[in-house]
Ligand binder design. Sequence first.
Ligand SMILES: O=P(O)(O)OC[C@@]1(O)O[C@H](CO)[C@@H](O)[C@@H]1O
Length: 378
Amino acid sequence: MPRGDLDAPEPLGNDPSGYGWKVLRERTPKLITEVRDRHPYGPEQRRALDALREEIASGPMRPLGEDAPDRARWDRWGAAYFDRPWADAPFLWWESYFYRRLLGAVGFFTPGPWYWVDPFEYWKAAELRDATVAVPAAEERQALLLASLWGNQADLGFLFGAAGDLDASGGLVADDGALVWSALDAGGPHHVGVVADNAGRELLADLLLIDHLLRTGLAVTVTLHLKPHPYYVSDATTADLVACLRRLAAADGEAAAVERRLSEAIGGGRLRLRAHAFSCAPWSYHRMPADLAEEFGGHTLTIMKGDLNYRRLVGDRAWPATTPFAEVTAYFPGPVAALRTLKSDVVTGVDAATLSSLDASGGDWRTGGTHGLIQARL
Ligand SMILES: O=P(O)(O)OC[C@@]1(O)O[C@H](CO)[C@@H](O)[C@@H]1O
C-alpha cells in the first residue's frame, strides 16, 4: 500500500453492518439459485450448485477440485482462507473466489457439453437487447465521459441484490472530468488504457468514448482490458465485446459507423484487446504481476471503469473517505482515472464538506448506485 502496509486501514470484511455481509448472505445465494433455475443443468451440476450454496452459508471454504486447471494457483492464494468460514475472508477475496467456484460448479472449465458456456449470458443478452444505442455528438465529449460513468449502473449483479430502481439523482461526489480532458488535450501521443467493467449498456458507452478518442486523434492507441472469463455476472469478456459491436452494426446511422471504425481500429492495431488472468484475481492492483504493471505503465492514461476496479485500485480498505485519491493510488504505474458509480463501502478523495452533507442525507450514498465519481491522478 502507498503509505506502507502497516499504515493502511484494514481490508473491508463481512461485518454484519457492512456491505460485504449483504452480498454474502443475500445476493450470493440468490445468484446461485437463479443460475440453477435458468439452465437445463444435469444432476451433477445441480448438486454442485446446491453444495456451493450450503458451503457458503455454513461450511468451511473448500479449495478447488483436484482436476481444476488453476488449482495450484488458487491453493497458494487461498492458503490463509481455506477450511475457515467464508465470512472470515476479506470481501474482495471471497467474492472473486465465489465466481471461480460457480464456474467450476456448472462445468465451465471441464471439457464436455457445458465447456465454456457462460452461465450469465442469459442476463447479459437480455440487457443488451433492451439497451438503446444513443450516440452523443462528438463535440459533447463530457457527455461521453458521463455516459461511460453512468453506464456503470448497468451492473447485473444488482439484479440479485435488494436495490430498487437505479437512478443518478445523487450526482458526482468528486469530479476531475476537466482534469482528464486537459491531460488528454496536452502533450501526447496518448496511449490510453480502458479497463472495462460491465458488458451491455456500459460497454456500449465505453466504446463510444473509445471511438471518440481514436477518431479525434486524442489517443493514438487504446488498449481495452477485458475479462478472460465470465465474472461478477456482467463483466465484459471478448464474446461480450463482439456482441456489442454487432449491436452497434445493426443500429442505424452513426452507431453503425462507430462499429466500422472500431472494427477497423482492432484490425489495424490501434484498438488492442487484452484479457489478462489477473483481471479475475482476488487481489487489489497492488499485487499485479510485472507484465501487467508494464502494460499499465505504458499507457499515458489508464481509465478504470466501475466499482470493482475502483475497489481493486484503492485496495478494498476502510479508508477515511477524505483520504486523497492521489495518495492512495500513488503506487499505480502511470496516470490513472476512475469512472465509477458507487456500489460498495469504499471511497476516497471526497472533500470534507461534501462528505458531511452526504452523511447527513441519511441515504445509502456509498452503495445505492445513485452517486458517481470521476477521479484522476495524472
Ligand atoms: O464493478 P461493478 O460492476 O461496478 O460492481 C460490482 C458490484 O456490484 O459487485 C460487488 C457486489 O457484488 C460490488 O463490488 C459492486 O457493487
